[in-house]
Design a protein around this ligand. Sequence first.
Ligand SMILES: [Zn+2]
Length: 395
Amino acid sequence: MTPVRIGAPAVQHLDGQTIVDATIDTEGAAYQARFRVSHGAAAAGAEPFLAGALPVAMALGQSLRVDGLVSPQLLTNLPSIQAIYHAWNPSWRMIPVWAQPAQSEAPGGRGVACFFSGGVDSFYTLLKHRDEIDTLIFIHGFDIPLENTTLRTRVSAAVGEVARAFAKPLIEVETNLKAWLIRHAQWEHAHGALLAGVALLLAPQFARIYIAASDSYDMAVKHPWGSHPLLDPLWSTEHTTIVHDGCEFTRIGKVARITQSEIALRWLRVCWENPNNEYNCGRCGKCLRTMVALRFAGALDRCQTFVRPLNVAALARTRLFNNQSYVSSYLEAAERAGDRVLVRALRDNLSGRYRRGLRPLAGRLRQWARRNAVRATLIIKGSPSATAAPRRKNA
Ligand SMILES: [Zn+2]
């Protein structure tokens, strides 16, 4: 069987940016994978591409050959990374990986960074390690398709405002790797590898990089997820430690804490559906459950990025999570708070009673159409990035 092959990475500097390319050959097709770094140095090794390609090679059941140097520590950890992926998803096979270990890896930088999307998890981690973290990292091509330049520009400006408010530099990394990755592997399981790839790309600048947790420990032990407390640290190298941070709280707990920050209330961004390129639509499941958590914290009125009031009827009928068992913790919190309006709506939501029948079906179809509008446009244009649907569990 033809192995997945990563060509030797090429680094170039252009207009103050650093661009790293490598060709990945899969089943006879070559993909020019690229990272573009807005500021500072980027790694010349193959680790960023290895991270992105490993889930694909496992999903295809093909060996992986790497023409480039890889951290010996990361090579040592690859069997454990594969074992975790395989345990979560048995159709992903354990595969041989051929790569040349780096003889003497260049010393990494001494900085400390965190990935920052503007969401609850990343605001929580930033605030928690505010004194230690000296740089924010935002990835273009992760939750917003690269082709959606309107929303991308808007979000980039917002994240820049947050960085300025905290007086920390912002590094923006653009990558086209997701488009290739999701053609072959489930995004739910693979997205952490892309985060790890960007962390490894920035290893020359940072000794430690935080990845904000999506789940609390009690849920993380029950539910596989591509960025995970078991998995993320295994992507670390001799010089750069990758830390999965924030499992000590549920999202309700995190929301309560970030509402103490006026900056978070000014810029919080959670929506992944973004109908009409809205910053937070206030109607999708993720927006609604965040608004509920803000209401628990008594901060919904102060959060400037939700412009519509909480629609309780929509809360009762909208699917809030792919895994609806998460709704129980919101219902329990509403009961503890004595919020009878939310208790009723969340009970109805959990029962699914308003998601049956023709009218809810029409609503779900509208929601599906909104979610797929950008992708549909891309399909018409023939873009390969439109061939698989990214989904989020609860982030
Ligand atoms: Zn939304």
